[in-house]
Write a protein that binds this ligand. Structure first.
Ligand SMILES: *Cc1c(COP(=O)(O)O)cnc(C)c1O
Length: 362
């Protein structure tokens, strides 16, 4: 068996321990004589799995009691529609535009109401987080929307926008569990699981209770109302049961490592290794303004498309895979989520040093 270091942006690396445990339980989950894949979502065993997953996530993120945790399907992309369908009362929302994922959220939001882009970093290829002070928010905006970590461009909010008493909605698909966040500052947080939590197919939504109402846009399908899922503890219909089971194992793994403060330290250490190297390299350079650098997604370039392609190819041959940048950006991107071990980043930096020495004078 040869495992590689997988720098994929998503679906992404999972903790080896979690995969091994799942393998051990594949044929017989804790004496039930069946796999979790084969199990009724109404069974005692599964009820315990989903309840434990929720509790562990609550403990990790210190989610206050007046928030609900939902395990949904449809990916983060479905939240681009579900958020306006459920939260738009005045038909207006303010969005901060920081890349491909807010672009998609904005165009989806426009189907349902008026979307004001109150700040944008489009002018410099989304290489920074826009100024968050003195935003000209719409007085009647139903919510303010951000993408907390921009998976494609490698930027992250180090502070939250000043929005007074407005409701803050955040797409945390690629930053959830990477460091502590103050959940009470948000009305709604959502995340597709396949970056930092578990397998694709699960979307976690953390929503303040008072935002869960029947007062949704006309025509909103039952399945797209938060209330449907909240009233039924995410068991209105068959949930992505096996995915939730793996997410639960990842939550336990994060807890075992010391929780989100410990994850943050670990992630800062990994990211610093890579950024410090990039900052002194004569061949490679990072593409993001220093103060807005992501801990999770690190884009970098050589400045030559040919060298970039050569690097990606040779790195893959050395067991460092999925380093090609997003198709819209080019260059390289190393996604170094929670489950990427420090050894993976060390191996990457060593490989980059070697590549630099061999190619600097070409
Ligand atoms: C991956 C990603 C998405 C899209 O997630 P899907 O689950 O594929 O819909 C949305 N937002 C961010 C920040 C992402 O990283």
């Amino acid at each position: 068996m040869a495992r590689v270091f997988n720098f994929s942006a998503g679906p992404a690396v999972l903790p080896e321990e979690v995969l091994l445990e799942a393998a051990e339980e594949m044929l017989d989950y804790q004496g039930t004589g069946m796999s979790v894949m084969e199990m009724s979502h109404r069974s005692k065993a599964f009820e315990q799995i989903i309840a434990a997953a929720e509790q562990d996530l609550r403990d990790l993120m210190q989610i206050p009691d007046n928030y609900r945790v939902l395990f949904l399907q449809g990916g983060a992309s479905q939240q681009f529609a579900m958020v306006p369908m459920n939260l738009m009362k005045n038909g207006v929302a303010d969005y901060i535009h920081t890349g491909q994922w807010t672009k998609k959220a904005i165009s989806e939001g426009k189907i349902y109401g008026k979307i004001n882009v109150v700040a944008s970093s489009e002018d410099k290829t989304y290489s920074y987080i826009p100024d968050l002070k003195n935003l000209e928010l719409s007085s009647n905006a139903d919510y303010v929307y951000i993408c907390h970590n921009n998976t494609i461009y490698g930027t992250k909010y180090s502070e939250l926008p000043e929005i007074g008493d407005k409701i803050l909605v955040a797409d945390m698909s690629s930053s959830i569990l990477s460091e502590p966040v103050e959940v009470e500052k948000f009305g709604l947080i959502f995340a597709g699981a396949q970056k930092n939590i578990g397998p694709a197919g699960v979307t976690v939504v953390i929503i303040r209770e008072d935002l869960i109402t029947e007062d949704v846009l006309p025509g909103t399908p039952t399945m797209l109302k938060y209330k449907t899922h909240a009233d039924n503890n995410s068991l209105y219909n068959t949930p992505p049961a096996y995915g939730i089971y793996i997410c639960g194992k990842v939550f336990k793994w994060v807890k075992k490592l010391g929780g989100l403060e410990a994850m943050k330290k670990r992630n800062e250490q990994k990211a610093a290794l890579l950024y410090d190297y990039l900052d002194q390299s004569r061949l490679f350079r990072g593409t993001v303004v220093k103060k807005d650098r992501s801990l999770m997604n690190v884009p970098f370039v050589t400045g030559s498309e040919e060298l970039d392609a050569k690097f990606v190819k040779e790195a893959a041959a050395a067991g460092l895979v999925n380093l090609k940048g997003h198709r819209t950006v080019g260059g390289m991107r190393a996604s170094i989520y929670n489950a990427m071990p420090l050894e993976g980043v060390k191996a990457l930096v060593e490989f980059m040093q070697k590549f630099e020495a061999e190619n600097i004078n070409l």
